[in-house]
Design a protein around this ligand. Sequence first.
Ligand SMILES: NC(=O)c1ccc[n+]([C@@H]2O[C@H](COP(=O)([O-])OP(=O)(O)OC[C@H]3O[C@@H](n4cnc5c(N)ncnc54)[C@H](OP(=O)(O)O)[C@@H]3O)[C@@H](O)[C@H]2O)c1
Length: 290
Amino acid sequence: MTHTPHPPSSDSAPADRVALITGANIGIGRVTALALARAGYQVVIAGRSLARTQPVLDEIKALAPAKPAVFLPLNLASLASVGECAQQFIALNLPLHLLVNNAGIAGLRGLTTDGFEMMFGVNHMGHFLLTQLLLPQLQASAPSRVVTVSSRAHKRTPGIDWDALRQPTRSITSVREYAVSKLANLLFSAELARRLQGTQVSCYALHPGVVDTEIWRALPHWARPLLRLRGLLTAEEGARTTLHCALHAPHTESGLYYADCKPVRPSALGQDPDLARVLWERSEAWIAGR
Ligand SMILES: NC(=O)c1ccc[n+]([C@@H]2O[C@H](COP(=O)([O-])OP(=O)(O)OC[C@H]3O[C@@H](n4cnc5c(N)ncnc54)[C@H](OP(=O)(O)O)[C@@H]3O)[C@@H](O)[C@H]2O)c1
């Protein structure tokens, strides 16, 4: 797969810019966090384990000693944890120029603490609440950006079964539930862009490519070599579209969906403003009742 060569440039991030990224201890998030630090951002990493994130914090300290990264505990499977993470960020009294909703799971089954289907709860609901709670910071720091890592897999669902979102993962492969969670990422980003029109907070959703990361850990061992045969990207290649949206995509392209560092057309469902509005209103009602 080819990508538009568009490395992040150091002049794209003035010295005082701050980025918060979820799930950056490994995979695409780790590469993104390192590149943002290299581009001059003060990086805040929100994730489940300080111990597992420490190697990335050390790497950032080595390449930007004046701006060590900050770690905040965050478990996206718990809305209480999301709330605490946002409060801890606000207590840092930093601006927020870039929020990267990167963390994600595939193939993990069951229910989150708050009773959402596991992938929908972690991939969509956790990020929905985090973004809502940090919107005042993003708006006060505008021009700013919200980048949400979706997936081409959003095309693999015929719709959203609203009842299934409050039940444990049902499909045998869990592909359908993953697809719904990634469709939700996409619809969320488009609806957020509509709601933030005129505020100079821009929103981008993206497909990173099919990337050799731990996201595939739930796959049976025999399936991994098959994936590799299909030509998996490295994590460095997989981070390029996130970095393009974070650093280079024009503000006029807010609300669009990217792949290979350029806007692409999502599925018909992914472009449906009514579906996006209903998802937004339901998500809002769910977080209000948390
Ligand atoms: N890899 C691909 O081919 C591909 C394709 C399309 C889209 N994506 C998307 O790309 C994003 C990054 O995935 P990746 O491929 O880099 O996967 P990865 O290597 O598995 O990394 C996922 C990250 O999410 C974190 N995470 C998982 N559950 C979490 C939770 N409950 N709370 C907070 N953080 C949590 C993980 O932290 P822990 O170490 O604590 O688990 C890890 O840092 C995801 O949104 C994924 O859906 C990936």
